[in-house]
Ligand binder design. Structure first.
Ligand code: NAD
Ligand code: UDP
Length: 326
């Protein structure tokens, strides 16, 4: 496959980011603002934070923000005379605790919200990128996961609202490509962490780091032998950028293949943060995937992408962020 040529700057380009007040989309917005682009963000703060949007508004003159629920609307009147070059579809809650609290909102944003964004891409002739997820593989029966694997997904379980709606979002993205020739990309993001994650979003990294910082027990679910592969957020943004500027639609797995058991993750976080915390074992949530590691061969066939931030450095940076909130 043809190798990506990354632009040196994006002066004069306009980028639309759905979910701009969120964790990954906030970092992505800042990355493009630093490259000189104008970034237009929308968010309804269902899981994002006002402080993320306020930070970008304060630091960057080229950032414009709309508080809006993309299930229902986009700022179309304001965008009427606006050229848009790239659209990033990243507005979706992504934490398992959200799956229980706001399943309908999750399904609607990944279906109706994604549809709205694709229609905007079609109207503006913009390139469109859908942020899909490793969850489309469900509890995978092949390891590491390759893009051709069609997955092993529970249709009616606690994670289905997310997994199935992301699968739908991928199918919709591909259909806009075939039916309307919209220039689309799909990335499948594997577990990502870093500064500006919600401290209480229930995901394993914020839970373990905050427990370790407070000297509380680290809550390992099940026997902790399930695995995940953790990617630091700046590496993930680099990977998304490579795919947006690549020549093929994907899907591309993106993340870091550094796989660890959850028990090992807890032990390492205690060690790295020099914490006195102990480990306790709690019930394993239903349908918790047993193993997860991205095969990155496809991404690396089109780009020079290599993760730059290792586990220890990333955890220290993330812990510094959580400490700064205290
Ligand atoms: P996040 O919750 O921090 O960011 C998502 C943002 O979208 C939030 O600010 C939220 O308020 C906003 N949003 C949700 N519904 C909306 C709506 N209807 N209208 C407007 N805004 C809305 O989550 P994140 O971890 O940064 O994830 C960003 C994207 O990456 C999501 O699409 C997610 O599915 C995907 N992803 C993330 C991970 C990960 O490990 N972080 C893994 C796989 C996929
Ligand atoms: N997990 C855990 N303790 C916690 C939070 C999560 O052991 O306090 C486990 C969870 O059961 C899963 C893994 O850590 O096996 C990753 O969970 P997370 O919610 O971060 O993301 P997932 O990859 O499951 O979507």
């Amino acid at each position: 496959m043809k190798k990506v040529v990354l632009p040196k700057d994006l002066n004069g380009k306009t980028i639309f980011v759905a979910g701009a007040a969120g964790f990954v989309p906030g970092h992505l917005s800042e990355f493009y603002l630093k490259l000189g682009a104008k970034v237009i963000g929308v968010d309804n703060f269902i899981t994002g934070s006002r402080s993320n949007a306020e930070y970008l508004l304060k630091e960057y003159r080229n950032f414009k923000f709309y508080e809006m629920d993309i299930i229902h609307e986009l700022p179309l009147a304001d965008l009427k005379n606006e050229k848009i070059d790239y659209i990033f579809s990243l507005a979706s809650p992504a934490s398992p605790i959200d799956f229980a609290k706001i399943p309908i909102e999750i399904m609607r944003v990944n279906s109706e919200g994604t549809l709205r964004l694709l229609e905007l891409a079609r109207e503006k002739g913009a390139r469109f990128l859908e942020a899909s997820t490793s969850e489309v593989y469900g509890d995978p029966q092949i390891h590491p996961q390759v893009e051709d694997y069609v997955g092993h997904v529970q249709i009616n379980g606690p994670r289905s609202c997310y997994d199935e709606s992301k699968r739908f979002a991928e199918a919709m993205t591909s259909s806009f490509r075939t039916k309307y020739a919209v220039d689309t990309r799909i990335v499948r993001i594997f577990n990502t962490y870093g500064p500006r994650m919600r401290a209480n979003d229930g995901r394993v990294v914020p839970n373990f780091i905050n427990q370790a910082l407070r000297g509380e027990d680290l809550t390992v679910y099940g026997d902790g032998q399930q695995t995940r592969s953790f990617c630091y957020v700046t590496d993930l943004v680099t990977a998304i950028h490579n795919v947006m500027f690549s020549y093929g639609p994907g899907p591309f797995n993106i993340g870091n293949p550094d796989e660890k058991t959850i028990l090992e993750t807890a032990e390492l976080i205690i060690k790295i943060l020099n914490s006195k915390s102990k480990i306790v074992f709690k019930e394993l949530p239903k349908d918790d995937p047993v193993r997860r590691r991205p095969c990155l061969a496809k991404l690396q066939s089109i780009s020079d992408y290599r993760p730059q931030v290792d586990f220890e450095e990333g955890m220290i940076k993330t812990a510094e962020y959580f400490k700064s909130l205290a």
